[in-house]
Write a new protein. Structure first.
Length: 425
């Protein structure tokens, strides 16, 4: 059902449901007031449609590719709100991974082997059947890197997932802090304000919409500046991403940009800190540090026009922003941002047919990489179908490591080779 039709139906229902005296009153309102009423209805419809798109992405990430009963737009107009759903983002992971830990290889009950402990405690546990790191007892953990002192480059991204509890008994204040220091001393926690802190992101892990951050803009003062903002999470795993480019810093919650600072001190190293002693509360996983960042002022942000331009000029769209769990064909949450852009293009061009190609680097054998790339390509096709793309126009093809576009002897080259190509046929 088109938007104009929905507006007309809702307007008629409003007028038709009134008694004769009310209808007479409506008739006397005048053209301007009626136009304003129509505008309000239109705004409501557009809002609900946006919410419906976000819910569709959530269903796909949970493995539900079925179609809903009835008209999607009508359901969207009548459905409940889904706060803070995002359908677009300019975030792009750095091209060279410097540190990565999905915790899958760790032993439950042990300290996570890729981390160093500066204070408190940390332990590998399972939550919802998945391994994660629990930080407790005022704990502070930082990546265990051989390089001493400062290691964060001028351009970098940091990502992690954390578990949010919609309600938790006997829990008061609860925070998880991502702390970026500005000095080279990694022997102790940098603190969340003062002369050693470049930027600190503070967000709740339970039953709160209030988040905040502190930063030092490098103006010479030892005092950090603080600002708060509201973002409501639903219970479950959520993705946090941070991008730093020479001076500009951005933070994203589940693909939605929530912090955008034009000038921040150059960070040097990072840690996670939990300031309270709760147990079975604070869990993180899928931590990734990568060299490279979102371009200043979003100049290279990928959007629908970028997909259109690439296909028009080269006959294909190539991306490194569709990510999977290590060694699996399970799409990561942040991948839906890019997949939705491609789906928008394909729905605008319903007769175009595409080969969805999965490519890997040369790490591992062909016996593993070939079927894995095929399964990943098939997972992308299913995701596109779940967003309304006609599956008849899609063919999944796993290319393994047989068609590299860069040198596999370097990490930067391998990162470029781990890609997905949408080739127009």
């Amino acid at each position: 059902m088109e938007r104009k039709t929905i507006i007309a139906v809702l307007t008629l229902l409003l007028v038709g449901s009134a008694d004769s005296s009310a209808q007479g009153f409506l008739g006397g309102l005048g053209k301007k007031v009626l136009e304003r009423a129509k505008q309000k209805v239109e705004e409501k419809v557009e809002q609900k449609v946006d919410e419906k798109v976000g819910k569709a992405a959530d269903r796909i990430l949970n493995g539900d590719f079925g179609t809903s009963d009835g008209d999607a737009a009508a359901e969207a107009a009548a459905g409940e709100a889904d706060p803070q759903t995002a359908t677009s983002s300019d975030f792009k992971r750095g091209s060279v991974v410097m540190f990565e830990d999905d915790v899958t290889g760790e032993t439950v009950g042990e300290f996570p082997s890729k981390w160093d402990l500066l204070d408190g405690g940390a332990e590998v546990k399972t939550i919802g059947g998945q391994k994660a790191i629990e930080v407790t007892d005022n704990g502070v953990i930082t990546p265990l890197l051989k390089q001493e002192g400062a290691y964060l480059p001028e351009e970098f991204t940091i990502e992690y997932d954390f578990y949010y509890w919609a309600q938790k008994d006997d829990v008061g204040l609860n925070d998880l802090k991502l702390c970026l220091a500005n000095d080279a001393d990694r022997s102790s926690w940098s603190g969340d304000n003062g002369s050693r802190a470049a930027f600190v992101l503070v967000h709740g892990v339970c039953d709160t919409p209030d988040q905040h951050y502190a930063f030092n803009n490098g103006s010479g003062s030892d005092e950090t500046r603080e600002a708060g903002f509201t973002h409501q999470f639903k219970q479950g795993w959520h993705h946090v991403a941070l991008s730093f480019n020479k001076r500009a810093l951005k933070v994203y919650f589940d693909g939605k940009r929530v912090v955008n600072l034009p000038r921040v001190q150059q960070p040097t190293w990072f840690s996670f800190q939990v300031p309270y002693e709760y147990t079975n509360l604070t869990f993180i996983r899928n931590v990734v540090l990568a060299k490279g960042a979102v371009e200043l002022y979003d100049r290279n942000a990928q959007d629908l026009s970028a997909v259109e331009k690439a296909i028009a000029e080269t006959g294909k769209f190539v991306t490194n922003n569709i990510l999977f769990d290590t060694g699996k064909a399970t799409l990561k949450q942040e991948s839906m941002i890019e997949i939705m852009r491609v789906a928008d293009y394909m729905k605008k061009n319903p007769t175009a047919r595409f080969e969805v190609q999965g490519h890997t680097d040369n790490q591992g054998s062909d016996k593993i990489n070939d079927p894995l790339s095929q399964q990943r390509a098939e997972a992308i096709v299913k995701a596109l179908e779940g967003l309304g793309v006609d599956g008849f126009n899609l063919k999944a093809v796993g290319k393994g490591s047989h068609e590299p576009v860069a040198d596999n002897s370097t990490e930067e080259g391998r990162a470029k080779n781990r890609r997905v190509e949408f080739v127009k046929k």
